[in-house]
Design a binder for this molecule. Sequence first.
Ligand code: COA
Ligand code: ZN
Length: 318
Amino acid sequence: MAPQQTIPQITASGPKQVTIVEVGPRDGLQNERVRVPTETKARFIEALADAGLTRIEASSFVRPKAIPQLADAEALFGLLKRRPGVRYSALVPNMHGLHRAEEADVRDIAVFTAASDTFVQHNIHMTLEGSLEHFAPIVTEAKGRKMAVRGYVSTVFGCPYEGVVTPEQGIAVAERLFALGVDEVSIGDTIGVATPGDVMRWLRAAENRLPLDKIALHFHDTRGTALANVLIGLEFGIRTFDSTAGGLGGCPFAPGASGNLATEDLLYTLHGLGYDTGVDMDKLIAASQIIAANLDHMLPSRVHQASRVKSCLPVGHL
Ligand code: COA
Ligand code: ZN
């Protein structure tokens, strides 16, 4: 039997196309201590598009004092050379954010809430219920202007303030977001606590209630389980995953911890399983290098690190 035939479920059925939503310039950089010059961010994003990524979350139109790392959103979108066929998105927290996004000619926006009330209160200063009411007119206006709208649900597998979060909590919030009219919901393991068992239980509970073809999974690799979690997602037919180039990010609650699942590591695994992403690994690594030079730590991506080691070894040593 050929080796690939011995991997039954993951490769057996379902579409072979996987979409990677590159969230490094937003989720990654907002959790980095350093400030990256706007011009470097633009070069980084252009290189990500050159590598074949078709969905890139570039920045946030949030309060600059809240997230100073992304305070240059207008300047960045002004500088960015946009490639046809690539969707560049941004987070908007309120009507003011939506109007800033429109002014910057951004066609893809994301609204964001969470599965746990305390997290929402800390993040955007309103209750979970209040956030859903608050985002309703924003989604309506954005859809009226033919924008694509993503909804984020953070803390789906655990909350830094409340601890345990049940599947029901996240599913109910995702249902409410779809009812508002969002095109897609990203299910976030914000603090990187989910195990494959948790993801399996969550997807089993969700599969008859949510349109899984409109669900993206968003893992942080704080405890090294992100890739294993992706495999469970693939088995349930999920074909959209969020990740950050180089594993950019980190976690404000756990200094030194690794950030989001790294795009390089996701790509390596997906390609090894025979999935098509349209992304070129060498070009992706080159894009991550642009940002690596500006950071105060090594990029955590294992594949990225291995590529650097390989180039240092003498020829014939591999
Ligand atoms: N863009 C720029 N400035 C904004 C803004 C936006 N989208 N929304 C609010 N502000 C400004 C207001 O103009 C006001 O400014 P002023 O003090 O000079 O008058 C100030 O922020 C306070 O506004 P207020 O409406 O009282 O909001 P708030 O202080 O309760 O902040 C958020 C709420 C959500 C706007 C803010 O906390 C935020 O942007 N947080 C970032 C959340 C985030 O990105 N988290 C990470 C992603 S999960
Ligand atoms: Zn995240």
